[in-house]
Design a protein around this ligand. Structure first.
Ligand code: SF4
Length: 553
């Protein structure tokens, strides 16, 4: 494949109409960067920053870091500067980025759906304890995210990650971001197909590969062969979703163009059947289309979803087949019907007779200490390991049946319940104002308090109601597809003062009834009024609902 990044004259595509207005697409010859992000990527491959961190910045300290690396290329290594403490949400939009910067970093470690052994979980925990003031969050991209990281400690952290088979490479940036894999791949009794080998192959071939280190923007991947579609495929740029072809058997349908933030769009199915051993090639084709045809002029239009929306899936498939794969894909007539709850919380029998156990930290918050305790339990109970989920949960894999009850008790004792309330189970929160420079409001602590209050007010709630708390419009915790989606913004309180609050989206969903929540002007609430607002909404639903009616219906 040609390296288009540095060609002066990329091949001109004659079979695709040239857009009326330049969108900065490489395939149409727009090689001159049209904004500063594109310029930075062209100036130097972001992957090169790794060496500078190891050999210069970690030795000379924070002040030695080139600003173009600090606020740009560091992201390709999973590093962001974190928000300076004490700056309120009203300043987010008015201060320059350097004024918001603390001298510490958030570090994101990707798990990519892999089974984390006890040693790997322990390594993740001790990194939190030793280098991150005991922080560690489970994110909804199956990452572990740390805070308070010093640049001086990054080489030692990378050594430990390396030894544990883990990495922060391309955990952020305009790159193939951390993959979502089914947390129960290879073990679930009802699995259609195990996608793990394909994820491993994609990682091995393309992560850290300069062919894909300069994408127009982030590129999110999900692979699952579980019938519940447990990787939120609707909200990923590319997703491979287990399906059974009437003639060819188990394989994957290919979905493209999902993404939330502003202008949210659900991924669309190409209606094809891809066998396991061809998933990595298909991934390369889709990522290449994004690299070559993706819009680069405006950051706000640079996600794959805009290209898919403009082209439509028929044309996308045609370009994929003709220009990138060189062959026709097999059409798949099988309907798509996700079944079951996606978070895997609770105790479930595996296909080998052992059990997997899903536990729910509150809004994804754990700690280094807690991960070390979890590693001890994995070892003591002889479990195979743990996986992280896109719902900020942890699933322990391979527990013997006669040890499950004792394990549940021990998990409860460290605050990781496999039998959580509906509220603890179904509430997620993004990073928020505690550490995120884009945040307008607090999220993690607000979600924790909301869960505690709702557990008190509705202790016997018998139906799942998902609450996704986000600190700004970027929707990292998937605002638009929750039953109650909360987008952080400043709102007016009853005295007319601007205070932290949320725009509410009601009735969003993924799965069979996938759609975005309704956003009404009147659906705004202050952060302090959130408990009562949710209480009123839930009470109204419980009074009016028909038998078996879900919140989203
Ligand atoms: Fe930060 Fe906004 Fe994403 Fe939350 S939604 S993590 S506040 S960018």
């Amino acid at each position: 494949m040609p390296d288009l990044r540095f060609q002066s004259q990329p091949p001109s595509r004659t079979d695709v109409p040239r857009p009326k207005r330049a969108e900065g697409q490489w395939s149409f010859g727009y090689t001159e960067p049209l904004n500063k992000n594109e310029q930075s990527k062209k100036d130097d491959d972001p992957l090169n920053v790794r060496d500078r961190i190891l050999h210069i910045y970690s030795r000379r300290g924070f002040d030695s870091i080139d600003p173009a690396d600090l606020r740009g290329r560091f992201r390709w290594m999973g590093l962001y500067t974190q928000r300076k403490p004490g700056i309120d949400g009203g300043k987010t939009a008015v201060l320059e980025e350097e004024e918001l910067d603390d001298h510490y970093f958030m570090l994101r470690v990707r798990s990519d759906g892999q089974l984390l052994t006890a040693d790997a979980v322990r390594a993740l925990g001790t990194i939190g304890v030793d280098f991150a003031r005991d922080t560690a969050d489970v994110t909804d991209r199956e990452n572990i995210q740390y805070h308070w990281i010093r640049i001086e400690d990054v080489p030692a952290i990378w050594d430990r990650l390396d030894a544990a088979g883990l990495s922060s490479l391309e955990a952020c940036g305009d790159s193939p971001r951390p993959f979502l894999g089914s947390p129960v791949a290879g073990v679930a009794k009802d699995e259609i197909i195990d996608g793990s080998p394909a994820l491993d192959e994609i990682f091995r071939r393309y992560i850290g590969n300069p062919q894909f280190s300069n994408l127009p923007r982030k590129f999110k991947t999900a692979v699952t062969g579980h019938p519940s579609h447990d990787v939120s495929p609707e909200t990923n740029d590319v997703a491979f979703v287990g399906t059974v072809h009437p003639e060819h058997g188990p394989g994957f349908d290919l979905w493209v163009g999902g993404g939330l933030s502003t202008n949210p769009m659900l991924a669309q199915k190409l209606g094809v059947w891809i066998p396991l051993d061809q998933v990595a090639d298909a991934w390369e084709g889709v990522a290449s289309i994004f690299r070559d045809y993706g819009y680069r002029r405006l950051r706000s239009r640079a996600r794959l979803k805009f290209l898919v929306a403009d082209w439509g899936v028929e044309k996308f498939r045609e370009v994929l087949e003709n220009e990138y794969l060189g062959r026709a894909l097999v059409s798949n007539p099988s309907p798509d019907s996700p079944v079951g709850h996606r978070d895997h919380v609770g105790v479930h029998e595996q296909k080998d007779g052992r059990f997997y156990v899903g536990v729910a930290p509150t809004a994804g918050r754990v700690s280094g200490t807690l991960l070390v305790q979890l590693a001890d339990l994995i070892e003591e109970f002889g479990a195979a390991g743990a996986r992280l989920t896109p719902y900020q949960k942890i699933v322990l894999i391979g527990v013997d049946g006669d040890r499950v009850d004792a394990l549940l008790e021990r998990l409860d004792a460290i605050g990781l319940s496999a039998r959580p309330s509906q509220w603890r189970r179904n509430t997620m929160a993004c990073t928020g104002i505690e550490f995120c420079k884009l945040a307008i409001v607090d999220t993690k602590n607000r979600a924790r308090d909301l869960v505690a209050e709702l557990e008190r007010r509705f202790p016997d709630l018998d139906t799942p109601i998902s609450v996704n708390v986000n600190g700004c419009p970027n929707a990292c915790a998937r605002t638009q597809v929750a039953d109650i989606g909360l987008k952080g913004q400043l709102v007016l309180d009853s005295d007319g003062n601007q205070v932290e609050g949320f725009q509410v989206h009601l009735g969003g969903a993924t799965g069979l009834q996938a759609n975005f929540g309704r956003k009404l002007r009147a659906h705004k609430v202050t952060s302090t009024g959130l408990d009562d607002y949710v209480t009123n909404v839930v009470q109204a639903f419980l009074v009016d609902r028909a038998a078996d009616e879900s919140f989203a219906a």
